[in-house]
Design a protein around this ligand. Structure first.
Ligand code: KIV
Ligand code: NA
Length: 265
């Protein structure tokens, strides 16, 4: 089957077909997600939370993101693979941003990068684009700025922040981003952005009026039973499934039920 490109995503928006996106961090999971027919796999810096157990996305390094991304790329035959640029790798110095984006593309084989923020990072986005690297934007609740926000509550509920978000979305489109993630903002505002810009808008906690949806794969599989925000729909309860499997294995080992004769050489 044909590979998904940034151009395919634009065609999907143009004809009104919704874009499906999930995060992925390792070979085995990415293999299943790609086989299912997902359009985009995001190697999210949420790996810092769900893979490494950090409280925020800030500690994950460029080398660690490249390790996750290269594992995902080896698994994928169809999906577009987008890689998050980690905190500290693109803010401030646009030349460093470009060399870090080049490292991601060269060393992981990913197809695009994602950066959080609006006009503060315009120069970095422009410079990365000059190298022919596709850039996805990310506005609204941008977790790398959690210490500025102070909380993970819904963003842009006030008019001034909503106005700035619309301006930033238009700037990202004009600069040449191929898509934008909008995280945890009112559905009306997200729908308005999706209407006013021509590039695809992918939402998480941003309602149904956008061009596609993204979820963190561990969350939608219900692996962590302590994370239950309103926007999250759980498509499995793997926490219970996995806990039960581990408990039955332990019991079988203790009872000398495993391995049996058929499972021995
Ligand atoms: O890192 C991540 O998982 C993300 C998505 C939630 C958009 O950036
Ligand atoms: Na992210």
């Amino acid at each position: 089957e044909k590979r998904v490109t940034t151009h395919v995503l634009q065609e999907m928006k143009n004809r009104g077909e919704k874009i499906s996106m999930l995060t992925g961090y390792d070979y085995s999971m990415a293999r299943i997600i790609d086989t299912a027919g997902i359009d985009v796999i995001l190697v999210g810096d949420s790996a810092s939370n769900v893979m490494a157990g950090h409280e925020t996305t800030l500690p994950i390094t460029l080398d660690q993101m490249i390790y996750h991304a290269s594992s995902v790329v080896r698994a994928v035959q169809r999906a577009l693979v987008v890689v998050d640029m980690p905190f500290g790798s693109y803010q401030g110095n646009s030349k460093e941003a470009l060399s870090n984006a080049i490292r991601i593309m060269k060393e992981s084989g990913g197809h695009a990068v994602k950066l959080e923020g609006g006009k503060e990072i315009k120069e970095s986005i422009e410079r990365i684009l000059t190298a022919g690297i596709p850039v996805m934007g990310h506005l609204g609740l941008t977790p790398q700025s959690i210490y500025k926000f102070g909380t993970y509550v819904v963003r842009a509920k006030e008019d001034d922040e909503a106005k700035r978000l619309i301006e930033d979305a238009k700037m990202l489109e004009e600069t040449g981003c191929f898509a934008i993630v909008l995280e945890k903002i009112p559905a009306d505002l997200a729908a308005r952005v999706a209407k006013e810009v021509t590039i695809p808008i992918i939402g998480i906690g941003a309602g149904g009026g956008v061009d596609g949806q993204v979820l963190v794969v561990h969350d939608m599989l219900g692996i962590n039973n302590e994370f239950n925000p309103r926007f999250l729909r759980k498509y499995a309860n793997l926490h219970e499934e996995m806990l039960g499997a581990f408990q039955r294995y332990i019991e079988d080992v203790k009872a000398v039920d495993f391995p049996n004769e058929n499972e021995s050489y």
